[in-house]
Design a binder for this molecule. Structure first.
Ligand code: ADP
Length: 365
């Protein structure tokens, strides 16, 4: 088996709280096994530009509490070109880096696959707040981002209650409604608008009017950014419609004054939660185990509380199948059992969404 002398670790794509905890775990696990670690700055850009630092145990001290990524992140387009990839590989060879752990999302894993195909063993760790990697139940940063939404929306709720207002809050998700749906429940929202489930807009407004007649003062609606331009339009519709209703009824209390708020990058920052630190640590250690055992082109996942590995190609096809973006020939290399397994996993995920959405609607009031 290949003897590892030195490995590289990088964070790439959108940053996520907990990435630092993962880098720390990778570093400490590798050092404990007698392998040196290089921290590569700015994702794949640092490979091309030879921008890296030797990570000692002390170098990763006090990093577990930090949000963002101390190795920085970049969207490096040059790495997608063969010339950029070759420069990156030359750097790795010159530096005697025998394998790489890449922490990021879907794009980062595509880069990892390209490296693996060119003889550099690479393992992926899912670090993205969006939780949009279907093969894993949870991605690093997802829990912290939800906690940040919760804290901010609780503040909005205070002022909504004082002024008898509604706030339509748009949260990040990049086409995935995981953050929006879970936080809608936890924030006591009256509705969630997510790409995975149909939204009954008129029914929701009717419900809000009924609740206002019963004396409800504050309303929160959480909208996932994956649902195009919905938030501002919805806020205006609720505002204008209820204003007219209040004028028609000569009852000022029936106006649900509605504001729009986009939390945007606020929820990407901050100290990672306990869950994210734990997940990042378990995944980081497992990534090193797999790499040193001679494995490559895998993504570390969490399924039903267990840390498992999944082929990156499998994970990517599963994502595409889930999002309905499969292209011709993409599933040809998988056998019937694997395809059926993917279909089952997708059915389960869709059912979980539908069940959680039903719970959210049942308790909203
Ligand atoms: P994320 O990892 O969060 O999905 P990106 O899609 O921006 O974020 O991808 C992160 C980086 O991964 C890109 O900047 C690029 O360097 C690399 N990357 C993305 N797609 C590919 C690809 N098809 N081939 C090689 N590298 C890629």
């Amino acid at each position: 088996m290949k003897k590892f002398r030195k490995i590289g670790v990088l964070t790439s794509g959108g940053d996520a709280p907990g990435m630092n905890a993962a880098v720390r775990a990778v570093t400490r696990a590798a050092l404990a096994r007698g392998v040196e670690v290089m921290g590569i700055y700015g994702g794949y850009r640092g490979m091309i530009d030879d921008d890296m630092i030797a990570l000692t145990s002390r170098e990763v001290s006090n990093k577990i509490t930090l949000g963002g990524t101390f190795l920085y992140s970049d969207r490096c387009l040059e790495f997608k070109e063969e010339s950029g990839m070759q420069k990156a590989i030359e750097t790795l060879k010159r530096r005697e880096i025998d394998g790489v752990v890449a922490i990021g999302g879907d794009g980062t894993f595509r880069g990892a696959t390209d490296l693996s195909a060119r003889g550099i063993p690479t393992i992926g760790i899912p670090g993205t707040i969006d939780n949009d990697i279907t093969a894993t139940d949870n991605t690093i940063g997802f829990d912290t981002a939800m906690q940040a939404v919760l804290e901010n929306v609780d503040r909005l709720r205070d002022t909504c209650e004082s002024h008898a207002r509604c706030n339509v809050v748009e949260v990040m998700g990049r086409g995935a409604g995981d953050i929006a749906l879970n936080t809608a429940i936890a924030c006591g929202a009256v509705a969630a608008v997510i790409p995975e489930c149909p939204f009954d807009e008129d029914g929701t407004i009717e419900k809000m009017i009924k609740l206002r007649r019963e004396g409800k003062r504050n309303f929160i609606i959480i909208v996932s950014e994956g649902v195009d331009d919905h938030s501002e339009r919805l806020a205006k519709k609720i505002n204008d419609l209820t204003k007219k209703l209040s004028e028609d009824e000569k009852n000022p209390a029936m106006w649900i004054e509605t504001k729009f708020c986009r939390l945007a990058h606020v929820v990407r920052g901050g100290s990672p939660t306990l869950s994210d630190r734990l997940l990042a640590t378990k995944m980081g250690v497992r990534a090193v185990d797999e790499l040193l055992a001679g494995k490559s082109d895998l993504v570390i996942c969490e399924k039903a509380g267990e840390i498992i590995t999944v082929d990156i190609a499998y994970s990517q096809v599963l994502d595409r199948m889930y999002k309905g973006t499969l292209k011709d020939g993409m599933i040809d290399k998988f056998n019937e059992d694997q395809i059926n397994e993917m279909k089952r996993a997708i059915e389960i995920k869709k059912q979980q969404f539908a069940d959680t959405y039903a719970i959210m609607n049942e308790v909203a009031g």
